[in-house]
Unconditional design. Structure first.
Length: 351
């Protein structure tokens, strides 16, 4: 036994257990560094693509839900695309809200009337102004800034500015209205009109915690670092009506009719563009690839905008059916060609 133990000891001495040399360790670390350098960008791109896909899906679901809501309730419904004001990026939307149309308001009783008083021209605001006093006081929620009002069931629709105070509204005609041939609804003499019927056409309201609509639908937040790129979004093959060249917060609104078609959209300037006759296109991509007035080339490391990068998506809405289609951007940098691919995908049937 002693002899065997001695032999084992000699064998261990002759063949010592080897460790990892410094050179081998450096080689292994070098190999792992190369693999990481290859894998990390791919993982990052996969995460970014997933975020953009989720944002595209969220916008598509919001548009489809609004269309279904309009058809179910018989009232216009739609979505509000809020502009991302942080960092002066008015062409990016990271928050979407549901909205519903309100029924026109003509007073709380059948005998409700309004008296109109012309107050003159406001040179600072560049508009003709008049006030409206109601025979039956109306609630502040009955009208708000941006609504339109018509008198005596005829004539043009006038702008409403502000909310009712002490039963009165301030309304006006802009210079553009006057240039188009519209005039104030009552001469400046006598001071006040006779009581006349009125009708207030109320603009859509957000359903997020809205006391009028009685709804508490929270806004839809798009995934982090994903956005609807309004700089390249618009109507028709090349339209970019939603683009804003200044840092503002006027949202883009798209409304559906009770028959499922598009009722109207609003542009980046806040004016209603009417019922579109061509598809409406929204480009969905990454927030850092959205141009801004301060950074026209965006903030992406590679200097590419969403319209220049595969991985962005078009969400298009057909004007007559209201159905939405999702198509991946197929032509880098070419708005018309990539929208053509999106239109062909829509023509084959989307929703």
């Amino acid at each position: 036994m002693r002899h065997s133990a001695d032999n084992l000891t000699h064998r261990e001495i002759r063949c010592p257990r080897r460790g990892v040399t410094l050179v081998e360790m450096v080689v292994v670390v070098f190999i792992f560094t190369i693999l990481a350098a290859i894998a990390v960008p791919q993982v990052r791109l996969a995460i970014e693509d997933r975020r953009v896909r989720e944002a595209t899906r969220a916008l598509t679901v919001a548009l489809g839900s609004a269309r279904n809501q309009a058809m179910a309730t018989g009232r216009p419904a739609g979505v509000i695309l809020r502009r991302f004001t942080e960092g002066q990026s008015p062409n990016a939307c990271t928050e979407i809200e549901q909205t519903e149309g309100l029924a026109p308001y003509a007073g709380d009783t059948i005998a409700s009337r309004a008296r109109i008083s012309y107050t003159g021209y406001d040179g600072t605001a560049r508009r003709h102004q008049f006030t409206v006093a109601f025979t039956d006081p109306i609630q502040a929620s009955a009208a708000s800034h941006g609504d339109r009002i018509q008198f005596n069931n005829q004539g043009p629709w006038y702008h409403v500015y502000g909310t009712p105070t002490t039963g009165q509204l301030t309304c006006s005609l802009t210079n553009t209205d006057v240039a188009a041939g519209l005039m104030w609804p009552w001469p400046d003499a006598p001071d006040q009109s006779v009581p006349v019927p009125y009708l207030i056409k109320r603009r859509p309201r957000s359903t997020a915690n809205d006391p009028i609509l009685g709804s508490a639908n929270p806004p839809i937040q798009l995934p982090d670092r994903a956005a609807v790129d309004l700089s390249s979004s618009g109507v028709g093959p090349t339209g970019v009506e939603f683009h804003s060249s200044t840092a503002g917060n006027v949202p883009v609104v798209i409304m559906f009719s009770p028959d499922g078609s598009l009722e109207y959209i609003t542009t980046g300037s806040g004016g209603a563009s009417g019922r579109p006759t061509q598809p409406v296109y929204f480009l969905v991509g990454e927030l850092e690839r959205v141009p801004s007035p301060d950074n026209p080339a965006g903030l992406a490391d590679d200097g590419k905008l969403n319209i220049q990068r595969f991985g962005s998506f078009w969400v298009s809405v057909h004007p007559r059916t209201g159905l939405t289609t999702t198509v991946e951007l197929a032509a880098e940098g070419d708005v018309q060609q990539s929208r053509q691919f999106a239109f062909e995908g829509q023509s084959m049937g989307g929703g």
